[in-house]
Design a protein around this ligand. Structure first.
Ligand code: HEC
Length: 222
């Protein structure tokens, strides 16, 4: 009798042991951590800053002289990076981002039927600021960094000449393309750009006041 009880207990304990082992093993095999964030972010990684080895402040490139020798046809190829989220044809639809027809000198965050982020609206300063060449270049270089809170999940076009080609092409996607920066103004703006710091100067929207005789002498920075 005793031995039957022992056998019964033994068999029972054996079964429990086997079940526990299986459950521990399967836990190890099948258990997976829940991801920290649901879904996946479209944001590509930040590129390396072109300031590079120097360490210090990032060098802002003045896009205007580059625009004068930019290749709009090459810019169309660069636009492929944008085309998943933007159309640039006349009357084109808003996709993830707004349609970009007539973008150059258009007030920031102003396209009909598109709901802009608070970050972009702040950058627009209530519609006072337009997408002139400086603002475009600044934004496209590093959208998330230069317009904090923007909904545009795109790492940026870091290479100045690529950016110039792209902007030259975007400029042509308009009823009447905006004037290219004139050579004198472009040359004059160059020395001021470093002192200006991160943000492009305000008031660039009125090019008429910017026209200076080409004297080679940089005007005092304002
Ligand atoms: C992953 C999608 C995505 C990609 C790729 C993308 N954009 Fe955007 N873009 C957006 C969104 C979303 C907004 C609206 C941003 C906001 O409201 O903060 C936007 C806004 C803009 C604006 C402001 C327009 C306005 O009406 O004020 C410009 C200019 C722009 N994008 C240019 C570009 C260019 C040029 C490229 C390619 C180099 C590009 N975008 C790539 C999603 C994208």
């Amino acid at each position: 009798m005793n031995s039957y009880v022992n056998m019964g207990v033994g068999a029972f304990l054996g079964t429990v042991f086997v079940l526990m082992s299986v459950s521990i093993a399967s836990e190890g095999i099948f258990h997976s951590e829940a991801p920290e964030k649901e879904g996946f972010a479209i944001v590509a990684e930040e590129g390396t800053s072109e300031a590079g080895a120097g360490g210090g402040a990032e060098v802002e490139v003045d896009i205007k002289p580059l625009l004068l020798k930019a290749d709009a046809a090459a810019g169309e190829a660069v636009f492929k990076k944008c085309a998943s989220c933007h159309t640039a044809d006349k009357g084109g639809a808003n996709k993830v981002g707004p349609n970009l027809w007539g973008l150059v000198n258009r007030p920031i965050a102003s396209h009909e039927g598109f709901s802009y982020s608070a970050g972009m609206k702040t950058f627009a300063e209530g519609g006072k600021v337009v997408w002139d060449y400086d603002h475009l270049s600044y934004f496209i270089e590093a959208p998330k960094k230069h317009v904090p809170g923007t909904a545009m999940g795109f790492a940026g076009v870091k290479k100045p000449d690529e950016r110039a080609n792209l902007i030259a092409w975007l400029r042509e996607q308009a009823d009447s393309p905006a004037a290219l920066p004139d050579a004198a103004a472009a040359a004059e703006a160059a020395p001021a750009a470093g002192a200006e710091g991160a943000k492009p100067a305000e008031g660039q929207a009125a090019p008429a006041t910017e026209v200076k005789p080409a004297e080679g002498q940089p005007a005092p920075a304002h």
